[in-house]
Design a protein around this ligand. Sequence first.
Ligand code: NAD
Ligand code: UGA
Length: 421
Amino acid sequence: MNIAVIGSGYVGLPTACGLASFGHNVICIDNNEQKLAVLQSGHMPLFEQGLQELYESNNSNIRFSGDMSDIQNAELIILAVGTPMSDDGSANLQYIYAAANEIKPYLQNGAIVATKSTVPVGTNDEIERIIDNPNVDVVSMPEFLREGYALYDFFHPDRIIIGTDSMDAFNKIYNLYAPHIAPEKIIHTNRRSAEIIKYASNAFLATKIHFINEIADLCEQAGANVDDVANGMGADSRIGRKFLNAGIGYGGSCFPKDTNALAYMAGKYGVQLGIVSTTIQGNYDRRFRIAERINEQIKSVGQNARVAVLGLAFKNGTDDVRYSPAIDVIKNIHHNPIYAYDPQAMKNASQVLGDNIVYEKSVHECIKNADIIVILTEWPDFKELESVTFGRPTVILDYRNLLDENIMQSKENVTYKRIGK
Ligand code: NAD
Ligand code: UGA
């Protein structure tokens, strides 16, 4: 198939490289000139495990362009542009509608436009109105990949949702995936259900995280251990252990914006999503309470304390710092300087953090002579702390419950604290 992907970001690039690896011809369009220059020089402009390698082994099937007329032979056009949060919490749809307007002149009869961007219910109706061509089907095909696992999720999705009333469009997309993905994972719905499935899924996962974080607060007061509680709850297959890791709250370019957009869209339909609203507020507040705990710790060690922060990305496996709770926590630590290290996100973080941060080259350099070490992102790299000998009194605030508790508690000179214990 000739496929065009509009938007070469965290979703567009893994999708493009994955489809190219199935043998399709893919043209990727992006209007960010800087990004395009990097792509055209053969490099991926973002960090995603295995992406550069997948691109290199399929580069004969992929082209990058800034010229929309290059999509004119495409049978399938995938929209993967951003839908960021507006000030009022709604999804900002200016990029998706601009993309729909820009592709319109180049759509051939029989083409399918499939929206992978996360968009509120009814957006694909509007895209259809913009395209205004009865020979083109507009399909909602939401994306569920996780950053850091984007390629794994592309090749092993839990489900592929195809939201359309057109059997012809459904069959074409079904045939695209069915040779590679277990066909029972391909689910056919109408377009509006597909749009809501995406938001409801993200909001449910966000709620699960906020729920366990509230339970963690209770555990701290009640002499319990949230990890044991999560394991005990998660052993019930109806609940499941995933997304019950207590920490500093969820972040990233998706859960914060999508929970807000869902609450906003429900409001437009006169429906109150109380659970979602509580999750949004509780998760936001949590980062300030975490910062407060760190400030208290600094106060008790002394204002000359050397403070080392491990983790800037919103989660492990990515260089993405969009709505990273780690960034907000650091912004609210009243101390200067703060020494920081992240395996991938230091460049992005340096663009949003003030200049009281000293970026170190390794875990080892970052924690050298530290009085307080705070873990804010769940990078497996930070497990290195388990084998470090601490020659001076060190407080370790493991706010992602990453390290082995028994090992850390038996270390000399270490005061080890974690969430929900
Ligand atoms: P991104 O910002 O990484 O990439 C979007 C790209 O689109 C950018 O490179 C931008 O330059 C380009 N673009 C914008 N307007 C364009 C236009 N008119 N023509 C050509 N290019 C254009 O965004 P992302 O993280 O890939 O997210 C894209 C969408 O997918 C969002 O709606 C998001 O909610 C959704 N989503 C993201 C993830 C994720 O893990 N990041 C997962 C599932 C769904
Ligand atoms: C999330 C969803 O998992 C994807 O299915 C979805 O496609 C994507 O959003 C999206 O719509 O864009 P992602 O944002 O990449 O993916 O990251 P997650 O792995 O879901 O983590 C989100 C946040 O929750 C991170 O800050 C992470 O640290 C936090 N988290 C996750 C916890 O605090 N505890 C957990 O148990 C799990």
